[in-house]
Design a protein around this ligand. Structure first.
Ligand SMILES: N[C@H](CCC[C@H](N)C(=O)O)C(=O)O
Length: 277
């Protein structure tokens, strides 16, 4: 039996969504996730997103990077599945239960509260995460923030002048980051505006990163560069981030369904539910 998928994106950060909220999905592991995400031999996406029933929320969202790693959070995908759900939703993730709701033509997501402790990022050893005493060439003194997943944010004079394709993977895989790291280069251009480019852990350069926008906005606020409501402009478009007085991060932005299709699970080492395992 063929498996249906929905192709979606948030500002060009694209996803293959397998909707298992009402019918069981085949077992997905790192190998099959990477095969489905492959842009040449698979369907192709920045992240594979599985929806499953949940005992603690409206549904559970699992997120796999194209390298097969399963991760705790994905801001753009959360808006996409919020659009798919069509109404306000509480969503169980590896980082806890978050919520989405339609908002002004887009989707607003309450992403949880940021964490700043060196062991919460996590880092391999104790260090000031506000201005880390480390550097990779011109990228130095990052601020580290965990918004469900780990981020390092470098504030630079010109984001376009950074060779992120070369420095991104070097930083992502540095032994300082035991769970690797998402790498953000940003410029605060006004009290309510940030420019951002992201090298994503397990995915590489993407057109937008929702958790990167959240982490970068929080980092800029903690550094006193911006106020508590900012517009973050990424290559794929803009997201609105607010750090609410109660500590919750609220991200608002668009989500789009591109097309629907189906695939033969056997071609990806999967067996549709109920068939021979
Ligand atoms: N690559 C990220 C997951 C996807 C985050 C990004 N697509 C977003 O919209 O938040 C990580 O490994 O933490």
């Amino acid at each position: 039996m063929r498996i249906a998928f929905i192709k979606m994106h948030g500002l060009g950060n694209d996803f293959v969504v397998l909707d298992g909220r009402t019918r069981p999905l085949p077992k997905i592991d790192a190998t099959s996730a990477a095969a489905l995400a492959d842009r040449h031999t698979g369907i192709g996406c920045d992240q594979l997103v599985l929806l499953e029933p949940s005992a603690s929320a409206d549904f559970r969202m699992r997120i796999f990077n194209p390298d097969g790693s399963e991760v705790e959070a994905c801001g753009n995908a959360t808006r996409a599945v919020g659009l798919l759900h069509g109404a306000a939703a509480r969503i169980e993730t590896l980082a806890g239960v978050i919520s989405s709701a339609p908002s002004g033509g887009g989707i607003a997501v309450e992403m949880g509260k940021p964490r700043f402790g060196w062991n919460e990022i996590p880092l391999a050893y104790a260090m000031d995460t506000h201005a880390m005493p480390v550097a990779w060439e011109e990228l130095d003194a990052p601020i580290a923030v965990n918004v469900g997943n780990p981020h390092a944010i470098f504030f630079v004079p010109d984001t376009d002048a950074v060779d992120l394709a070369r420095l991104g993977p070097e930083i992502e895989h540095d032994s300082l980051f035991p769970e690797r790291i998402n790498v953000n280069v940003a410029t605060a251009t006004a009290r309510d505006a940030i420019r951002l480019r992201v090298w994503e852990r397990g995915a590489g350069l993407t057109r937008a990163c929702g958790t990167g926008a959240c982490a970068t906005a929080i980092g800029a606020m903690r550094r006193g560069l911006v106020d508590r409501k900012v517009t973050v402009r990424l290559p794929g478009g803009a997201l609105r981030i607010e750090w609410r007085e109660d500590g919750e991060i609220v991200m608002t932005g668009p989500a789009t369904e591109s097309f629907r299709g189906d695939f033969d699970p056997v071609a990806y080492g999967l067996y549709s539910s109920g068939s021979a395992e």
